[in-house]
Structures are given as C-alpha cells and as structure tokens.
Design a protein around this ligand. Structure first.
Ligand code: OFO
Length: 175
C-alpha cells in the first residue's frame, strides 16, 4: 500500500517522464527542420523510451491499488541555438531526472515502503545508463565536431546509435 506522500511523488514522476518524452519529441522536430535526420530519428526513438518509463510507473501505481493521476505537462522549449545546445540540454535534463529518482528512493526508504524502494531500483540503474548515453553523445560531438562536414558525420553517428542503447529501451531489451 502506498502512503499519500509516496503516491503524490510517484504521480509527479509520471509527469516528469511525460515531459521527458515531449522534450525529446520536440527536439526531434527541431532536428527535422535542420535536416538532421539521424538526430531526429534517435530523439524520436528516445521519446518512445520515455513513454515506457511513464507506463512502468503508471502500471505500478495502479497495481498498488491506487490511482495514477495525470497532471498538466509544461511545454518543452522549441528553440535551440544549435545541435550542441540540444544534446547539452539532454544531459542536463537527465541529471535532473536522476535527482528526482533519488528523491523518490529516499522517500520510499523513509516511509519504510520497501516494495516501492525495490521497484525504483530499475530507475536507479536506468538513470546511470541514461547519463552514460548522453555523455557518450557529447563526447562524439566534441571529437567529430558539428561544423561543416562534421555535422553530417555527427548526424550519421547518432543514427547508428538507434539500435544500440538509446534506441531500444531497457524494458524492451529485458523482454
Ligand atoms: Fe531519460 O529517463 Fe526517463 O526521464
């Protein structure tokens, strides 16, 4: 059984995961307008992955006999200075999500809700992967560069990551 405090925080996280999905989908749209098909496809795929994160929480809350509640979701930014700014923002956002997951785990522990604490371990591990993924992309960005032909090569490299981690979700690969 979930305490009111735990339920509120899990519902907040459902909202955060929706926002993550919308953020990456909006970024994909920006990439499309710049002719960056590889980045757009990668970000669309990652937006789907975030919906998987939302669904996992949604299902857990309902399985606990509580009601998942969907709140208003902030609109994501639509303007980015360049592709560097897009991926810098992805890493900044994932660090924020990691903090939110840590707060949730902290609440579960202090509420002595060990079932939810155990459930959240998947997200703890996932956030490690998410930060690693976007750090890898920023490394590629620095090595390849995003000026002139570098931008073309960077876009191609990101397209290749769709079938590696970042395209497929951890949930899918576990199935
Ligand atoms: Fe990108 O991990 Fe969920 O939000």
């Amino acid at each position: 059984m979930l305490t009111d405090k735990m339920l509120d925080k899990l519902n907040d996280q459902i909202n955060v995961e929706f926002y993550s999905s919308n953020l990456y989908l909006q970024m994909a749209s920006w990439c499309e307008t710049k002719g960056l098909e590889g980045c757009a496809d990668f970000l669309k795929s990652h937006a789907d992955e975030e919906m998987g994160h939302m669904h996992r929480l949604f299902t857990y809350v309902n399985e606990c006999g509580a009601m998942a509640k969907l709140g208003a979701i902030d609109a994501p930014p639509t303007d980015f200075a360049n592709i560097d700014a897009v991926f810098e923002e992805t890493l900044r956002h994932e660090k924020y999500v990691t903090r939110k997951i840590n707060e949730l785990a902290d609440t579960a522990f202090s509420e002595k809700d060990y079932s939810t604490f155990n459930f959240l371990q998947w997200y703890v591990a996932e956030q490690h992967e998410e930060e690693k993924l976007f750090n890898t992309i920023l490394d590629k960005m620095r090595i390849i560069g995003t000026e002139g032909r570098g931008l073309y090569h960077f876009d191609q490299e990101i397209a290749k990551m769709i079938d590696g981690h970042g395209g497929g979700s951890v949930m899918e690969s576990e199935a």
